[in-house]
Ligand binder design. Structure first.
Ligand code: 4AD
Ligand code: MG
Length: 434
């Protein structure tokens, strides 16, 4: 019987282990019901759920009485014998012969009726994260992140860290959170991209995994004000190389979730299909035509409006790229095509099923004069970008990179209606607690 470090069994080890063995298990009472002289408790631990039964009239009558008193979410330790039982979830049950209450629980406030209110559930998020769907989602999120660690490590990328207090807007001034930094104005980082770029001549291939902050004034199912971003940047790499990294990465995330978390996908009612490589590439111009055909026309040069992006996303069965965005819809640092100075070498990675953008990436301007000219032509404060510009004076080769949102990706993979469910403690326009 595999056990955890303390020599105890876990729910998962019991379900995958031998029957007729004696185990000690600790966890929380997730459900309880009585059928005649039997009490069934579904016990949750960090590995999953296992059913435990308490029989009336056993050798120790106090056991059944103690089980009767168990309230939901009580923390317990118990011992018993593992038996095959096709009626139990996972096909096994522990017949308890000893029970100890480790920490009692008061009457559980998240009743079926209360759970109908999404705002109540999120007000009580510190408790409601124990629910099966929240648990399944967080385990899927763990795999999404784990896949990124494995993907980048196996390909020789260095994991870096970058500051959260910054002075420059990577993605435009309108979503910056300002903070007072000893009397000076500073901001919370929107993206670590500039620090990744600075690391390239030292490390060549880097990635980063840390929070990003956006003062998003819009209340939508895809915006958080604080979220986790996986970003990567590579020297001597053009935009085509960049697209390949993104599709391989997302594909490895999906494969890992399908392989390790099929039960959790089932809990969420999600059918996830492994996408084929390469992903489809659709130009911005073509996406604009498709959107117009679906009744969501927009001007050339605009960023693709949410509803138009959604309409295009609904035409696809698998993740795909929209490429070649107009410069007017992109940040200042984007490289443009020599023969099309108003079109950038950039793309968004779009999830199907109406979900929309998961990642944005592109090739950066690596030439000093060109970048200076771009900053001037867009009336940006050159001072804020002085070190970013200076990089271009000391051996900055062509390079490209991207950022993919962890909660957006988890939302799509887990099939969640709203991005807030992909965050343990979401931060949105209207929520900063718990
Ligand atoms: O598209 P964005 O703004 O691109 C960048 O920040 C680039 N500097 C990244 C890079 O090239 N290194 O953000 C990247 C991704 C988005 O595609 C989206 O998945 C996620 O970050 N994201 C958000 N997720 C949740 N809530 C928000 N408000 C988000 N804003 C961006
Ligand atoms: Mg974007």
């Amino acid at each position: 019987m595999p056990t955890d470090d303390g020599g105890r069994a876990t729910a998962a080890s019991i379900l995958s282990g031998e029957s007729n063995s004696r185990v000690t298990l600790r966890g929380w009472v997730a459900r309880k019901h009585t059928v005649g002289g039997l009490i069934f408790a579904l016990v949750r631990d960090g590995s999953g759920y296992v059913q435990v039964s308490f029989k009336k009239g056993g050798s120790d009558p106090r056991l059944f009485e103690a089980a009767k008193e168990l309230t939901l979410e009580t923390a317990i330790t118990l011992s018993g014998e593992v038996r095959d039982d096709p009626r139990a979830p996972g096909g096994k049950e522990v017949a308890a012969h000893a029970l100890e209450v480790v920490a009692p629980a008061e009457s559980w406030p998240i009743t079926k009726t209360a759970a109908k209110s999404a705002s109540y559930i999120f007000d009580k998020r510190h408790l409601s994260i124990r629910g099966p769907k929240a648990v399944a989602t967080m385990r899927i999120r763990t795999e999404v992140i784990g896949a990124a660690f494995d993907y980048f490590r196996s390909r020789g990328y260095h994991l870096i860290s970058a500051p959260t207090f910054v002075q420059a807007a990577v993605e435009g001034g309108s979503t910056l959170f300002a903070v007072d930094y000893f009397g000076k104005k500073a901001y919370l980082s929107q993206s670590a991209q500039f620090y990744e770029e600075a690391s390239l001549p030292a490390l060549e291939k880097v990635w980063i995994f840390q929070p990003a902050f956006r003062a998003e004034k819009s209340k939508t199912p895809k915006h958080l004000t604080e979220f986790w971003m996986i970003e990567s940047e590579q020297a001597f790499a053009d935009q085509q190389d960049n697209l390949r990294v993104q599709e391989e990465l997302l594909s490895s995330m999906v494969a890992r979730v399908i392989r390790n978390r099929s039960a959790d996908l089932k809990t969420l009612g999600r059918t996830l299909i492994q996408p084929d490589l390469p992903f489809a590439r659709i130009s911005y111009d073509r996406a604009r035509e498709v959107a117009a055909e679906k009744g969501h026309a927009f001007e050339w040069g605009e960023d693709i409006p949410t509803e138009a992006e959604r309409a295009v996303s609904l035409t696809q069965k698998a993740p795909f790229f929209i490429t070649d965005y107009p410069l007017t819809a992109r940040s200042f640092y984007h490289m443009t095509y020599p023969d099309r100075p108003d079109v950038t070498k950039s793309a968004d990675l779009i999830a199907p099923e109406g979900i929309g953008e998961l990642a944005t990436g592109g090739q950066r301007i690596n030439d000093h004069a060109q970048l200076m000219e771009r900053i001037r032509s867009q009336d940006l404060p050159a001072d804020s970008f002085s070190w970013y510009l200076e990089l271009r004076r000391f051996g900055m080769p062509p390079h490209s990179g991207f950022g993919i949102g962890v909660e957006r990706t988890t939302r799509w993979i887990a099939g969640l209606r709203h991005i807030r469910s992909a965050s343990l403690f979401p931060r949105t326009l209207s929520r900063i607690s718990p």
